[in-house]
Design a protein around this ligand. Sequence first.
Ligand code: DX5
Ligand code: ZN
Length: 225
Amino acid sequence: MPRPLIIAPSILASDFAKLGEEVRAIDAAGCDWVHVDVMDGHFVPNISIGPDVVKALRPHSKKIFDVHLMIAPCDPYLEAFAKAGSDIITVHVESSPHVHRSLQAIRALGKKAGVTLNPGTPVSTLENVIDLVDLVLVMSVNPGFGGQSFIASQLEKIAAVRALIGGRPIDLEVDGGVTADNAAKVVQAGANALVAGSAVFKGGNYKANIDAIRQAGALARGEAA
Ligand code: DX5
Ligand code: ZN
């Protein structure tokens, strides 16, 4: 059974002055997951939000909170993000001296564990952790900022990760520069979960924007949107 197509708007592109309202709006617009980008100004050159904000947003939606940690070291904060109401916690291969242990810790907290590869991180880094994860996230931009252009070389990596996953029940997510125009290629390469920040929040019609990405992805899967 193929994993379902997931559209996960990144609230990094939303209006931070009204985050609760923005989460309710993407929920009502039909998103599948809410993608939360956590940045520390150290692992990536930008600072965003922490566990208290995730906790404050939790009552605003029942959808899966897909929390992408761009922080190093990540281990001291895993429990706080778990308690704040994250459903999936994703860490970068480079964000812990022992990523295997970090993934074990996420699962021990009762959460789904995700592992992320930067554009420059090889697929081989997954080989020894693949049986510990529920999600692999391929970054298609260098992490730190929304609104960057999709790095096309990552399509090959998505296909290689897809092959490594094989029949395991693991979601393959892609994050960075995803739009309705490139969603088909990303899905054809093997991704089933699409993160989109700018492409969802641009203009203000979140439903039309989500629908356009979903339609492109579904078509590429040979499904009706
Ligand atoms: C980048 C973040 C992404 C980003 C996506 O570090 O992980 O989630 O916000 O934004 P767009 O879709 O605008 O590239
Ligand atoms: Zn992200």
